[in-house]
Design a protein around this ligand. Structure first.
Ligand code: C2E
Ligand code: MG
Ligand code: MG
Ligand code: MG
Length: 280
């Protein structure tokens, strides 16, 4: 894969595996300096009420703009950060920045922050969250952490304890990309999640009329209801998808149909417009 075909930093004449390893090495070195060089920032994607369209909050999504390589997707650099043991430091920056930026938004809108499994196997993370809240003045009820099922894959109860300590701060937890990972539902009784985010793949398939995908979403919504959790449909792009997840009872939705991830100033402006509409 050459650079022109997308993503690669190196040239096509080298064997594929070597190219990928080399690219990773270069990105890892660059990532080590990304924080101090202020190359990282957050975009915010709106999450809205599925029925009324009312703004409920935003999901903070990490962005890395390298001066030479340009914008690099988190799908690419988060796994590198995890393997290079940089995720604790980067993740702490994300939590502090999201809390500080959201603290000044009017109307008590929520902010959701993605957390890697690695961060939850480190008890220090609870201190990071507590300090981000007290330094920013953000009410814990306005912060939500998103984790995926993979956090429960590793042996031991370390992560479950850290999640419990985070809940004790008053922070909400949501289960991201639900249905795509390894799903032993046992953890739903050990950790009190406030919401389930139904992965975009189910939303897409359901909207094509596939009975199985529809039945799965319906079952997830019913399970969430009886466990006192809400549901968010991820990646809603079309009106057909919106209608389908509304019909199936998803509480909130997120997706390009309502809005792409926005720079922080635009997210703030959206919050202010929303406040005025409600006051009017
Ligand atoms: P995620 O947490 O599931 O975030 C949702 C992803 O779906 C985002 O991609 C978002 O831009 C994208 N998306 C939202 N609506 C639509 C839609 O209608 N259609 C399509 N096709 N995509 C949509 P993004 O920003 O590239 O992030 C990808 C993943 O990277 C995230 O998936 C999350 O797992 C990870 N990530 C992002 N920021 C962070 C972070 O601060 N920390 C950690 N640990 N992971 C992060
Ligand atoms: Mg997420
Ligand atoms: Mg997700
Ligand atoms: Mg996803």
């Amino acid at each position: 894969r050459s650079k022109d075909q997308g993503g690669g930093v190196f040239h096509a004449y080298e064997p594929q595996l070597h190219v990928e390893a080399e690219e990773r090495r270069v990105l890892e070195m660059a990532l080590r300096k990304a924080l101090e060089n202020q190359e990282l920032y957050l975009d915010y994607q709106p999450v809205v009420d599925a029925r009324s369209g009312t703004l409920r909050g935003f999901e903070a999504l990490l962005r890395w703009r390298h001066p030479a390589f340009g914008l690099i997707s988190p799908v690419k650099f988060i796994p590198i950060a995890e393997e290079a043991r940089l995720i604790a430091e980067i993740g702490a920056w994300v939590v502090r920045t999201a809390c500080a930026e959201a603290a000044s938004w009017p109307g008590g809108v929520h902010v959701a922050v993605n957390v890697s499994p690695e961060q939850l196997h480190n008890p220090q993370f609870v201190t990071v969250v507590a300090e981000a809240l007290s330094d920013s003045g953000l009410s814990p009820q306005r912060l939500e952490l998103e984790v995926t099922e993979s956090v429960f894959l590793r042996e031991g109860t370390g992560a479950v304890r850290v999640l419990g300590d985070i809940l004790a701060l008053g922070v909400g937890l949501s289960l991201d990309d639900f249905g795509t990972g390894y799903s032993s539902l046992g953890y739903l009784s050990s950790t009190r999640f406030s919401s389930i985010k139904i992965d975009r793949s189910f939303v897409q398939t359901a909207a094509t009329g596939r009975a199985e995908a529809i039945a799965i979403i319906r079952a997830v919504v019913a399970m969430a209801d009886s466990l006192n959790m809400t549901t968010t449909a991820e990646g809603v792009e079309t009106e057909a998808e919106l209608r389908m997840v509304q019909e199936l009872g998803c509480r909130s939705i997120q997706g390009y149909y309502f809005g792409r991830p926005l720079p922080v100033e635009e997210a703030r402006a959206l919050t202010q417009r929303h406040q005025q509409t409600r006051a009017a």
